[in-house]
Design a protein around this ligand. Structure first.
Ligand SMILES: Cc1cc2nc3c(=O)[nH]c(=O)nc-3n(C[C@H](O)[C@H](O)[C@H](O)COP(=O)(O)O)c2cc1C
Length: 175
């Protein structure tokens, strides 16, 4: 039987730092990357959303996110995946926020027993790459196999299709 693939991601629309300037993005960078992965693998997309939105203003958002990281907060989420047991191969996508995943991803993943699952992280960023996120994922999901992640420069997602597909092939996940 084919492995069941889930692509779970957090992505923030609105004002973002994009190639050195503030831009208003209709679609988040990570969401764009998640969609490419869904197309290439046939996996199911699931967006993690917080009940309380982050400030639209970029700098206000960075301050809110910094406080959440400092407090090790678990923001309330709108919904969860009900049948996580049905998925063996899980792509986890997020922007790099202060060197790791947004706390919303900690809140999401912390809800499940991910042992025995294959986790494949991808992280859009403005220069910090994966940061500490792979290490943090391993801590958060004991017993899961966390593969080497893919870091993508946020402004280059749309031109990174080949790079993403190459990564999927190296993981044996391209259909
Ligand atoms: C709160 C916040 C913190 C960020 N911290 C970092 C960082 O530490 N390193 C980095 O390279 N980029 C950082 N960025 C930039 C984002 O990682 C980058 O723009 C990403 O592609 C945004 O993805 P999204 O559009 O899916 O939300 C930060 C952005 C925000 C909003």
């Amino acid at each position: 039987m084919q492995n069941k693939i889930l692509i779970v991601y957090y992505s923030r629309k609105g004002e973002n730092y994009w190639n050195g300037e503030i831009k208003n993005l209709a679609k988040g960078n990570t969401e764009a990357a998640a969609e490419i992965i869904a197309e290439a693998t046939g996996g199911r997309l699931f967006e993690v959303e917080t009940v309380k939105p982050y400030p639209a203003d970029y700098y206000a958002c960075t301050e809110a996110a910094k406080k959440e990281l400092r407090d090790n907060a678990r923001p309330e989420l709108k919904s969860f995946v009900e049948n996580m047991d049905g998925y063996s191969d899980i792509f986890v996508g997020y922007p790099n926020w202060w060197g790791t995943m947004p706390m919303a991803m900690f809140a999401f993943l912390g809800r499940y027993d991910m042992s025995g699952k294959r986790i494949m992280p991808f992280c859009t960023n403005e220069g910090s790459g994966m940061g500490n996120s792979e290490r943090d994922l391993k801590k958060l999901c004991p017993g899961a196999k966390v593969e080497r992640g893919l870091a993508i420069h946020g402004a280059e997602v749309s031109s990174s299709r080949a790079k993403i597909e190459e990564w999927l092939k190296s993981l044996g996940e391209a259909r």
